[in-house]
Design a protein around this ligand. Structure first.
Ligand code: SF4
Length: 322
């Protein structure tokens, strides 16, 4: 693929768990061989059901947890193998917007401290100029100078998420991981935050990895979409292509479950049966075979390879292997 900002290769994260009275060691395979790229200035939407591993992918990219295997190439440098000292100069280049705007802001700090502290830590501003710079950032996210000395509890949910966005922008990052940034907000406020993120992307040339379980939100914000199931990416394509003609059986089922207001749209019933299997003991072969209506004999034995099938579309399914 062409010169991406971030290139994730065969990324894995296994969490050890002790089971049974003999404390036999097993692993939760939260992320089990994920590949994708994010190009400069685009938004890659990462979507899937709860527990599919999408949040773990975000935390791995930000180096909040260490990978079990694989590569995270950021502008060509492998973050996966950098120690704390090695990662320090790169820290300001990637930031996160958290899901919960209530829990992610320190209630004892003023807005000026919350947004200004990261700038000071990274040496981007002198203490004397901090409020002026914070003020500019607040205005860029729709807040005011009068908010500088206020505390998080004095704001609504939407305003708190704007403070979270201003804090993420404080270090002038090149990549922002947004982990379900609108799911704790009222529906009317969700659209405002999504539109603000798009506007900031246009103005500042930001690159986003946008993580969500909500297909409609992913459709609104993304340029390309990667669909995750049980620790793996099963399909990745340009947004329009993915929503108009999904090819992986799981993507088809996921999109068919979204209600449509269009009376002309023919609703194709693709019902996902059964629960998501346990990531401690995932099914053999294709992990989706226990719920797939197109299952082939080889799906039970062979794990399908994630490969390019046409243009910018990648898929992991035996129906599309040559
Ligand atoms: Fe279904 Fe087989 Fe494709 Fe898996 S590889 S999605 S089981 S058809």
């Amino acid at each position: 693929m062409d010169n991406p900002l971030l290139n994730v290769k065969h990324l894995k994260k296994y969490f050890p768990v002790a089971r049974g009275w003999r404390k036999e060691k097993t692993f939760v395979r939260a992320v089990d061989g994920v590949d994708f790229v994010i190009r400069q200035g685009e938004t890659l939407g990462l979507v899937g059901e709860s527990g599919c591993g999408k949040t773990t992918v975000g935390r791995l990219i930000l180096k909040l947890i260490e990978p079990s295997d694989g590569k995270i190439l950021f502008e060509g440098k492998d973050l996966a193998h950098l120690d704390k000292k090695g990662i320090r100069p790169l820290r300001r280049a990637f930031q996160i917007i958290f899901q919960d705007p209530f829990a992610s802001l320190n209630p004892r700090m003023t807005v000026s401290e919350i947004v200004g502290r990261p700038m000071e830590i990274h040496g981007l501003v002198e203490r004397s100029q901090r409020d002026e710079k914070v003020c500019q950032l607040l205005q860029s996210v729709g807040l005011m100078k009068a908010h500088l000395s206020r505390y998080p509890h004095e704001f609504s949910g939407g305003q708190r998420q704007r403070i979270g966005i201003a804090r993420a922008l404080a270090t002038e990052p090149r990549l922002i991981v947004a982990d379900e940034p609108t799911s704790a907000l009222d529906v009317s406020v969700q659209a405002q935050i999504l539109n603000l993120m798009k506007q900031l992307q246009r103005e500042l040339g930001l690159t986003y990895l946008f993580i969500s379980h909500n297909i409609s939100v992913i459709r609104h914000i993304s340029d390309r979409v990667a669909v995750m199931y049980l620790g793996k990416v099963v399909e990745m394509a340009q947004k329009k292509a993915l929503f108009q003609s999904p090819v992986h059986p799981y993507t088809k089922a996921l999109l068919a479950a979204v209600p449509s207001l269009d009376p002309k749209r023919k609703r194709v019933e693709v019902i996902l049966e059964g629960d998501v299997p346990s990531p401690i003991n995932p099914p053999s072969g294709c992990r989706f075979h226990t719920r797939c209506r197109y299952v082939l004999p080889k799906c039970l034995e062979e794990d399908p390879f994630f490969h390019q099938v046409e243009g910018d579309r990648w898929v992991a399914c035996h129906l599309y292997s040559s």
